[in-house]
Design a protein around this ligand. Structure first.
Ligand code: NDP
Length: 237
């Protein structure tokens, strides 16, 4: 448990998977939480009813919508950008629009959300973006565009940490390995192959990722910034 009483948090992409686990963890720890989602209306409503968090329908692929939703929250103590899109495919045939959409959701949204949040964020605030171990290691064919988006976050975090450090605002990337969600089910067709790359041969749970987010948002992590936090069962080791 981390005490987030009196803290206000926004999770971009919180209706399902890792984002929903983060919403559950932070509301459970006392934060006032709002979260966005794109299409999963029923899941968002159920999570809101369970946790008391506020659901907001807003497409992370729409730059202005991202900026507006962050600005509308007013001063945020914690911003977590979790929304992500994954489209795998042969680089020679992967649709250019699918690549652009991944870049919009996985790279543009975190950048603009972070910058917008910092305008009103109090000193000592926290920005956390969910990247991927694929930012460091892409051991399969067909993942170049996704890996591109996740490694871009590394440069962003290093740079924004410098921009906002004087105010004690930290900027960190969580880099999960295989994690049991709709995007990557632990019983999916790729599971065994992925476990083959891991020292601990199982998918992580959303709660395990949410625990790292809680540490990075909590009082013990005030000096942790501009850093990548890999939580991957040794996938990248
Ligand atoms: P899921 O597909 O299970 O859930 C994605 C969440 O993001 C949903 O709540 C979804 O909302 C939201 N989201 C997606 N696109 C948009 C959008 N355009 N606008 C607003 N919200 C959006 O994914 P995971 O939980 O598995 O992944 C979460 C993050 O973790 C991603 O950034 C992913 O790249 C990363 N990651 C995941 C790994 C894994 O193995 N699962 C491994 C490494 C990284 P809705 O359903 O309403 O669209």
């Amino acid at each position: 448990m981390t005490d987030f009483t009196s803290k206000k948090a926004l999770v971009i992409g919180g209706s399902r998977g890792i984002g929903a686990a983060i919403v559950r963890r932070f509301t459970g720890d006392g934060a006032q939480v709002a979260f966005t989602y794109a299409g999963s209306h029923d899941a968002a409503q159920a999570l809101a009813a369970d946790t008391g968090a506020t659901p907001i329908q807003s497409d992370a692929a729409d730059r202005q919508a991202v900026i507006d939703v962050v600005a509308a929250q007013g001063p945020l103590d914690i911003l977590i950008v979790n929304a992500g899109a994954l489209v795998m495919g042969d680089a020679l045939t992967l649709e250019a629009d699918a690549v652009d959409r991944m870049i919009d959701i996985n790279v543009r949204a975190p950048y603009h959300a972070a910058v917008e949040a910092v305008r009103l964020m109090p000193d000592g605030g926290r920005i956390i973006v969910v990247g991927s171990v694929n930012g460091d290691r892409m051991p399969f064919a067909g993942g170049a565009a996704y890996a591109l988006t996740k490694s871009a976050l590394q440069g962003m975090a290093r740079g924004l940490a410098r921009d906002f450090g004087a105010r004690g605002i930290t900027v960190n990337i969580i880099q999960p390995g295989p994690t049991d969600t709709d995007m990557n089910p632990s019983n999916g067709p790729m599971a065994e192959t992925m476990h083959g790359f891991m020292a601990i041969k199982r998918h992580a749970t959303g709660q395990e990722i949410a625990g790292l987010a809680a540490y990075l948002a909590g009082p013990e992590a005030g000096i942790v910034t501009g850093a990548m936090h890999t939580i991957d069962g040794g996938f990248g080791a």
